[in-house]
Write a protein that binds this ligand. Structure first.
Ligand code: ADP
Ligand code: MG
Length: 334
């Protein structure tokens, strides 16, 4: 570890600490993730396995793993900050994302997901702005601590992995399962596609789309926007909800995404709506999402998204901040 000089703490998560450091051999910045003491060193094995399988320009790259006494350190390429930091910075400076920026960021994340899901057979399970890292206009999927193989033999993956606001309904439904033997909600990589829909919406709103306090409240907030599921929109979910005698989830008719983001294009709304489908089988795969008309528009005008500067190109429609601020009371009210 003498090779690295720690500069500052850049993040603290459930697992441990992340430091910015300089690699004295290469003179490059690196990020060092240290597992918390008392943490089980074998707990990071799935993360190492996933990272070793997932080398892609839109997935953060692991440069090495170091051991010192009982501590384990992951050495990563250094990234400027998370998408969560970028959203906060833009919100505090009152600079919304242009649609071209949103397109560029979402396309890159979908490319990483396409590789992860379809070429490597892994799913992430905890996609959220804090786990997407940004550097010079490039965005990468990080924090593979919860990633697992889609067909790992355990058809009934744990239900609590994803951060609630980005958690797919089929995972939320499992909170209602009372009997150990009744394990109806297996899930797959489509949980990442749901999260992707909520993240794209957050880039338009500068605020999480569904901000629930617990699993029932999360489902209620989803219903408030997209309306409760029906036998048509999610047959399997309705069947199981009836079987499990689940209480009414929330309003039958939602306010709709358009009411929340009047400045977004038709294709953006359509993409988010399809990603946030109740029925996982109706959500597009990462590959299909990349073919969506949203990504066909203005391909040459993508502005590089980044910190502390804003390059709204002429042809981008940018919501006025006054429009955004009128959104906040609506968002706060549900
Ligand atoms: P946890 O499993 O504890 O959530 P993460 O891997 O998500 O750990 O890291 C926590 C935070 O540390 C991230 O949200 C980010 O702010 C920062 N971080 C993680 N990896 C890097 C990196 N490669 N470069 C810069 N910052 C990072
Ligand atoms: Mg994290």
């Amino acid at each position: 570890m003498g090779r690295y000089e720690i500069l500052k703490l850049v993040g603290e998560g459930s697992f441990g600490w992340v430091y910015q450091a300089i690699d004295n051999y290469t003179s490059q910045f690196v990020a060092i993730k240290q597992l918390k003491p008392n943490g089980d060193p074998s707990a990071c094995e799935p993360e190492i396995l996933a990272l070793q399988n997932l080398e892609h320009p839109n997935i953060v790259s692991l440069k090495g793993v170091e051991h010192q006494d009982d501590d384990v350190f992951f050495i990563f390429e250094y990234m400027e900050g998370s998408l969560g930091d970028l959203i906060n910075e833009r919100r505090s400076r009152r600079i919304p994302f242009s649609e071209a920026e949103i397109r560029s960021l979402s396309r890159q994340v979908l490319q990483g997901l396409e590789f992860m899901h379809h070429q490597r057979g892994f799913m992430h399970r905890d996609l959220k702005p804090e786990n997407l890292l940004v550097n010079n206009g490039v965005i990468k999927i990080s924090d593979l601590g919860t990633a697992t193989e889609i067909d790992c033999g355990d058809q009934f993956h744990h239900h609590y992995v994803t951060t609630r606001w980005y958690r797919a309904p089929e995972m939320l439904f499992r909170a209602f399962v009372k009997h150990e033997r009744l394990r109806p909600f297996e899930y797959d990589e489509k949980v990442d596609m749901w999260a992707m829909g909520t993240i794209i919406a957050e880039l338009f709103l500068m605020w999480p789309l569904f901000k629930g306090d617990d699993a029932p409240d999360q489902l209620y907030k989803i219903c408030h926007v997209i309306g409760a599921p029906t036998w048509d929109s999610w047959t399997e979910g309705m069947f199981l909800a009836t079987f499990m005698k689940m209480p009414k989830l929330g309003p039958e008719n939602g306010v709709g995404l358009r009411a929340l983001m009047p400045y977004a294009s038709e294709s953006a709304i359509d993409l988010i709506e399809s990603l946030c489908s109740w029925d996982p089988s109706k959500r597009p795969s990462a590959k299909e999402a990349l073919q969506h008309p949203f990504f066909k528009r203005g391909q040459n005008v993508d502005a590089p998204p980044g910190f502390s500067y804003c390059t709204h190109t002429r042809n981008n429609v940018v919501p006025k901040m006054t429009e955004l601020s009128t959104m906040q009371p609506i968002l706060g009210a549900y």
